[in-house]
Design a protein around this ligand. Structure first.
Ligand SMILES: Nc1ncnc2c1ncn2[C@@H]1O[C@H](COP(=O)(O)OP(=O)(O)O)[C@@H](O)[C@H]1O
Ligand SMILES: [Mg+2]
Length: 310
């Protein structure tokens, strides 16, 4: 499928056809982002499907995915473009050799031509942001700017021109503008607040932990081998864990991993020993694991047992 969805329901369906279970609010945000050609800013807990939505959209729309993973120290050279200094130096040398044989008058003219040439596209190394707006490409891509909260705050300022006008100004070369705007998805795990100036240019959606019903639907999509009964127990247990005051709560990614692990172990139901042995797939901090192994696991198991029979 490569046409754009025509309604919120249609968007939800098309995402589901790619294995992505979106709540209606998210489908609405995606639909409007496509319609209004605005970037979509997704904030939420890790492992709740923010990055996945960009991959899913690329598949759904039949567009290439260009991904910019943000990190501390990321700058314009890493994100947008860089001049190829080595090639520029080589070009200067080559031209200088050529110039030696020529007359004085021509030499001055050639120098001007050379400096113009040195800052031409031939010597430009495009990175993700510039590639995303390349006017020469046939199909505007999906641009994923992932985990923006990992980049340093000043980096956000680089994005403003891109987000509002889908263009980048290169002082030596001029402004490069997309012929057709890319679909832009920005994600943040909210380890810090993203500046208002960025958010103002985007549609905003908070991606929370899913309801039990939706998490079960996600498991049906992602781990079809799990029986409905086991999936219900898994979801019940994980949802229970999220009610405990832990340092790091498990996301959907962890639920999926745990389910796959339980299938590998041929578990048909959750029992105390299996839970004890596999908690490391759900919880990644020893304090959290110790706390749950203590008494919480038994309590949660009793709870989902009661629900199953109630
Ligand atoms: N709503 C969903 N539907 C289908 N799969 C999901 C959904 N939410 C999360 N997942 C799965 O959970 C995993 C983690 O998602 P990811 O997008 O990496 O999380 P985030 O970027 O929010 O940290 C992925 O394997 C993804 O397929
Ligand atoms: Mg992510």
């Amino acid at each position: 499928m490569s046409t754009e969805p025509s309604s919120i329901d249609d968007t939800q369906q098309a995402l589901l056809a790619q294995g992505y279970v979106a709540e209606r609010e998210l489908a609405c945000a995606v639909f409007l982002a496509l319609r209004l050609q605005r970037p979509l800013f997704l904030e939420g807990e890790p492992g709740t499907g923010k990055t996945e939505i960009a991959k899913t959209l690329a598949a759904m729309l039949g567009r290439p995915l260009i991904r910019l993973q943000c990190y501390e120290g990321l700058d314009m050279a890493g994100a947008a473009y860089e001049w190829n200094y080595a090639r520029q130096m080589l070009e200067i040398q080559l031209q200088a050799q050529g110039l030696n044989g020529q007359e004085q008058g021509d030499q001055r003219v050639d120098r001007e031509a050379l400096s113009r040439d040195l800052f031409g596209e031939r010597f430009l190394i495009p990175r993700a942001l510039l590639r995303a707006i390349d006017p020469k490409q046939d199909l505007a891509p999906v641009l994923l700017i992932d985990e923006l909260d990992r980049a340093d705050e000043p980096f956000e300022a680089f994005l403003l021109e891109l987000l509002s006008d889908f263009q980048i100004s290169i002082p030596e070369l001029g402004t490069i503008k997309a012929r057709q705007p890319p679909v832009v998805i920005i994600t943040s795990n909210r380890t810090r607040e993203i500046h208002d100036a960025v958010k103002r240019r985007c549609l905003y959606h908070w991606v929370g932990f899913p309801s039990a019903e939706r998490e079960a639907a996600i498991l049906r999509q992602r781990v079809p081998g799990a029986s409905a009964a086991l999936a219900a127990q898994i979801v019940g247990f994980v949802q229970g864990l999220r009610g405990i005051d832990l340092y790091k709560l498990p996301g959907v990614a962890e639920t999926i991993e745990w389910s796959r692990a339980l299938l590998e172990l041929n578990a048909l139901v959750l029992d105390p020993q299996t839970v004890h042995d596999t908690l490391g797939l759900l919880l990644k901090y020893q304090d959290d694991i110790a706390r749950v192994q203590g008494s919480e696991a038994a309590r949660l198991l009793a709870q989902i047992q009661a629900e199953a029979h109630g």
